[in-house]
Design a protein around this ligand. Structure first.
Ligand SMILES: Nc1ncnc2c1ncn2[C@@H]1O[C@H](COP(=O)(O)OP(=O)(O)OP(=O)(O)O)[C@@H](O)[C@H]1O
Ligand SMILES: [Mg+2]
Length: 317
């Protein structure tokens, strides 16, 4: 069953009198119970895609067209009140920096309690008991004694666990994890990813995992979209994508993973263009070793290259 689907999502920033497009016809869908990843270099539009779903876009950002279906309902047509019921409850965000979700002025208990009370009839001591249970589930050690701590008394990994406990309390149907581990060191990173996996099974939720780290995505997602300059250039089951990448950008991303046999990394030459540059044709053409004439003229349409495997490229098939 499909839980989320975007259809031709277009978004940009209105800066003074000019409009700069950031997302181009972004199309993907997430099935119930799966981890779907969006991977791509910094600035390619991953967070804007995530923020469109939970309606937390910066003030200047405008969705110019497209649809975002959550359980079959187009979120972009829902009244604000209905949206608020979904945001933070049915859809939870785990951000890169936990302090964007936690309030420094309130204890962790007060913050989790708000979510517990919003989503259940538990109050007072029974709500506290539930919070301890949740903290145990997300493996916050010594939960009972740490309820009255403030966020700054928790390490980065522990703060992420508090936020994950809120997603659990809300019984979220979709967890959007936007680079949830980039601020953490590598062992803690894996612990948090494993915890998210456990939670996913526990409440049968779906996860939208956003990352620039293809290695992480390879280990934790079932399906994957590769984003470049606001375009989804490849979308496939993750295993297939890693084994049989079709788009030149995906190929370059895979080659830039550390190779432990030869001890080499081949990084992608050049930088992605900024949204302020106007590239004619395929936005990857300045960095693409396969580019042909056509690539400098038009942007390629989606084409099917395998079972559930699409790319946008004139050259490859
Ligand atoms: N508040 C803003 N005003 C103007 N442009 C913005 C703003 N926020 C983001 N952008 C532009 O939108 C583009 C997409 O940004 P986004 O945050 O989605 O990238 P990202 O893929 O999440 O990158 P990162 O990996 O660095 O988090 C960027 O190129 C950036 O220039
Ligand atoms: Mg981002």
């Amino acid at each position: 069953m499909e839980i989320l689907k975007t259809e031709k999502l277009n978004l940009g920033f209105q800066i003074k009198n000019k409009f700069y497009q950031v997302l181009y016809n972004v199309d993907f869908s997430i099935q119930q119970g799966e981890t779907f990843a969006i991977v791509g270099e910094s600035g390619c539009g991953k967070s804007m895609t995530a923020m469109s779903i939970i309606n937390l876009l910066p003030k200047d950002a405008k969705i110019t067209s497209g649809k975002i279906f959550f359980n079959g309902q187009n979120l972009l047509e829902l009244p604000q009140k209905e949206l608020q019921k979904i945001r933070g409850r049915k859809i939870s965000l785990i951000p890169q920096d936990p302090m964007t979700s936690l309030n420094p002025l309130f204890t962790v208990k007060e913050q989790v309690k708000e979510v517990v009370e919003m989503n259940s009839d538990l109050r007072g001591d029974s709500a506290d008991k539930r919070i301890i249970e949740l903290f145990d589930m997300v493996k916050i050690p010594n939960a009972k004694n740490r309820l009255n701590a403030y966020p700054h008394e928790f390490s980065g990994g522990m703060k992420q666990r508090v936020i994950i406990s809120m997603a659990l309390a809300a019984n979220a149907q979709l967890i959007i994890a936007d680079e949830p581990t980039t601020a953490l060191d590598s062992t803690i990173q894996l612990q948090i990813m494993d915890l998210l996996e456990e939670i996913k099974k526990e409440i049968n939720t779906s996860i939208l995992l956003i990352s620039h780290d293809l290695g992480l995505v390879a280990n934790y997602s079932q399906n994957c979209a590769v984003m470049y300059c606001g375009h989804i250039v490849e979308n496939a089951p993750t295993k297939e994508l890693i084994k049989n990448p079709k788009h030149p950008y995906t190929e370059a991303l895979i080659n830039s993973l550390p190779n432990f046999e030869t001890n080499t990394i081949t990084s992608i030459e050049g930088q992605p263009p900024s949204i302020y540059e106007n590239i004619i044709g395929c936005s990857f053409n300045p960095r693409c070793k396969y580019a042909i004439n056509e690539c400098h003229k038009n942007f390629p349409n989606s084409k099917k290259v395998g079972e559930n495997h699409i790319i946008k490229c004139f050259v490859k098939d």
